[in-house]
Design a protein around this ligand. Structure first.
Ligand SMILES: [Zn+2]
Ligand SMILES: [Zn+2]
Length: 76
């Protein structure tokens, strides 16, 4: 009876470990391989970043500041 309880406890611990350490992409939480940090989709984005974007608002196509943010920063 005691051993049965210990076994159940071990199963629970195992389940918790799987829950916390289940392989998941660090960026999107998608499925990854056991030793992978990012899923293939996010890995590709890291390796080949998307087009340059405004550093303030993230608007793509503007490597530093988009016209909007440039106007704001120069107005200050
Ligand atoms: Zn991902
Ligand atoms: Zn901007």
């Amino acid at each position: 009876m005691a051993s049965g309880g210990a076994r159940a406890l071990a199963n629970l611990a195992h389940g918790l470990r799987d829950l916390f350490f289940a392989p998941a992409c660090a960026a999107c939480g998608g499925a990854v391989g056991p030793d992978e940090f990012l899923c293939p989709v996010c890995q590709e984005q890291v390796e080949s970043p998307p087009e340059p974007s405004c550093r303030v608002c993230g608007l793509p196509g503007h490597p530093w500041h988009c016209p909007d943010c440039a106007a704001k920063s120069s107005g200050l």
